[in-house]
Design a protein around this ligand. Sequence first.
Ligand SMILES: Nc1nc2c(c(=O)[nH]1)N[C@H]1C(S)=C(S)[C@@H](COP(=O)(O)OP(=O)(O)OC[C@H]3O[C@@H](n4cnc5c(=O)[nH]c(N)nc54)[C@H](O)[C@@H]3O)O[C@H]1N2
Ligand SMILES: Nc1nc2c(c(=O)[nH]1)N[C@H]1C(S)=C(S)[C@@H](COP(=O)(O)OP(=O)(O)OC[C@H]3O[C@@H](n4cnc5c(=O)[nH]c(N)nc54)[C@H](O)[C@@H]3O)O[C@H]1N2
Ligand code: SF4
Ligand SMILES: [Mo]
Length: 733
Amino acid sequence: MSRTALRICPLCEATCGLTLTIEGTAVTGARGDRKDVFSQGFICPKGAAFGALDADPDRLRTPLVRRDGTLQEATWDEAFDAIAAAVPPLVERYGPQCTGVVLGNPNVHTMAGALYPPLLLKALATRNLFTASTLDQMPKHVSSGLLFGDPFAIPVPDLDRTDFLLLIGANPVESNGSLCTAPDFPGRLKALRARGGTLVVVDPRRTRTARLADRHLAPRPGSDALLLAALAHTLLAEKLTDPGVLTEHLEGLGELSEALRAFTPQEVAPACDLSADEIRLLARDLAAAPTAAVYARIGSCTVAHGTLASWLVDVLNILTGNLDRPGGALFPLSATAAAPRAAAGPGRGFALGRWASRVSGHPEVKGELPMAALAEEVETPGEGQIRVVIAVAANPVLSAPDGDRLDRALSGLDFMVSVDPYLNETSRHAHVVLPPPPPAQSSHFDFAFNGFAVHNQARYSPPAIPLEEGRMDECDIHARLILAVSGRHGADPRTVDEAAIADTLARAAADPQSPLSGADPRAWAGTLTGHTGPERRLDMMLRLGPYDLTLDDLLREPHGVDLGPLASRVPGLLKTRSGRIELLPDPIAAELPRLREALAHRPAALVLVGRRHLRSNNSWLHNIPALTGGSNRCTLHVHPDDAGRLGLADGGRARITADGGSLEVPVEVTDAIRPGVVSLPHGWGHDRPGTRLGAAGVVPGVNVNQLLDGSRLDPLSGTAVLNGFPVELVPLP
Ligand SMILES: Nc1nc2c(c(=O)[nH]1)N[C@H]1C(S)=C(S)[C@@H](COP(=O)(O)OP(=O)(O)OC[C@H]3O[C@@H](n4cnc5c(=O)[nH]c(N)nc54)[C@H](O)[C@@H]3O)O[C@H]1N2
Ligand SMILES: Nc1nc2c(c(=O)[nH]1)N[C@H]1C(S)=C(S)[C@@H](COP(=O)(O)OP(=O)(O)OC[C@H]3O[C@@H](n4cnc5c(=O)[nH]c(N)nc54)[C@H](O)[C@@H]3O)O[C@H]1N2
Ligand code: SF4
Ligand SMILES: [Mo]
């Protein structure tokens, strides 16, 4: 007997609604849910492989505990006993800063990852937080923090209504979009063109997205900040700016013109390897479009001037009057966001560098230290050395610079916990591995991505399959972990959720702007519904949110609740100290001279960029044969001119060398990449011993991040430079 169940797909940011076919306790099929209010039936090959992923035989079924040096299967009680016996004494002995927390990407794809890490950090009282954000979008958080006073106030392109999309350093046809949650991103791009709109793509590679575009510019990697500065310069110099209703909310417009004066199209054109005319034309087209949105992702973030590029994206949206208007770039309003404040006005602002990392003095950003600095913080002896790591859904040995060094560093820890379904390159160093159940056995709500979605909506998936015997829900794992590391081992895990609820409600009751102002928090907590702690917390957040929704409302509408198109939110959302949009914040102004200096540097002859493949996701989908079949994907793309110059042949091998080391790679000659640039994907190289990845271990591939030593960072955000770094290439026989 088969049945169906709905489940939001957790495999990328598009959050498609899936209809799973279930036989017994196995997912035997997945198709797009045509009635889903947001994704309307869209599915990609990854979503279609949901069943294979759920049933991967290498997924851990029980916790693992290190005994006599080897990881062995254990019961949940044994696992948490081991943590409770190890961590509090180490904290007692070395102080709370001996602990570090590492959070990887899938935390934004699980309810547990949204609800518990803040509580874990509080319980540990550590400042050592490292997340995938500093390998990814931290530049955008910083620029939003500085411009709008809120690092999560990230405008998204109004994909379905815009007349002109300038898409930079993103390949949503493969990635399905990022910081712009939009099921069927490819279809939405085609629809933009079909309604007469214009798509311009800026990417050193002729990607599948670039192939859909009206115009494709292929500048030199790392030059986006210069290109964007020259676009803004042109708008200002040619008096093409028109911020419209935003004008009264802007601070620093006059100073901006002055600050960008050096970045003329003629000056930046050689560094970008574009013509000055192309740049001017693009600025004029952007200004002339009835509505337009500039949107930039990974290729403009994980580069030397990532924060400046992220800032300039919004500067362009502001100067053209497109920020916060339909058809431009708008701020989503998710169902679990705090309800907008009744009155606009000065906020608390956004500070950087409130503390610094111990070894290299990297400034804290949004409470985080750069992932690229994790290894040195673990390795370097002295007061505050990290001796305990708790890694949740993270595989930094493959995803962060210099994995070999991190590998060695993690192997020397006094204690490590991994919350991870796989025994992989990172979790193999743990003393205890706590495996969450497969996604079909977990409930789902997109706390993170609804805040970046191109249409406001809310959807909740209860578990599609009941929790299998011997499994523990990931939320429960987190709650017990928090208790075990903080001397409360054995307490009822529900107390963790109830304390979080009581805390939030007490704060809401004391806040004159809250709908709960003056209410009795305990009486209010008594009205929450939900079978589990996380469901009760979701219900609370929905009720405190802007739409007056409840969990029951979402349970009644399994295909989701449509909350309407994005709408204007300025000035209510601004939290800067001035209460206005701070167009030229001090840290940005102080960084512009460094960008100007970049104009004088001679560009490297050859630089490397990454790329993504539709059937992959960072490092962790390579154990699913349905997603890895076909030809080797971990090849080095080289332009024919470079191949000719360097004596490289298609199908041959080369040695590639950069700051951090060398790799031997297969060469694929293709004119889909511009000359002077080569491309290698990340997340590969599953050949380390001690993992349990039967299928991934035999798929060829190397770890591109071994080319990096972790010293190249975007200084304002601490984000690793993963794109546009110099490499050398020699042919191998
Ligand atoms: N060179 C280069 N490097 C890059 C990038 C690049 O473009 N180029 N991209 C960067 C980016 S954008 C990112 S986000 C990072 C990602 O960096 P990471 O987050 O470190 O890497 P992932 O490969 O996503 O690893 C996710 C881990 O979570 C586990 N996992 C999967 N599902 C679950 C779950 O439901 N619960 C739990 N607890 N664990 C789960 C997986 O087994 C895996 O161990 O990589 C970065 N690294
Ligand atoms: N299939 C698949 N989907 C994914 C992922 C995956 O690994 N596979 N990962 C997920 C994650 S964690 C993220 S963060 C998102 C990322 O989503 P996207 O940001 O769309 O990431 P990419 O597909 O890597 O596209 C980045 C593009 O930037 C280009 N680029 C590199 N350097 C530069 C530069 O200096 N300037 C410009 N203008 N372009 C440059 C690259 O050639 C590449 O085409 O994707 C998510 N979705
Ligand atoms: S596009 Fe993303 S969310 Fe949609 S089915 Fe594919 S992997 Fe899942
Ligand atoms: Mo990412």
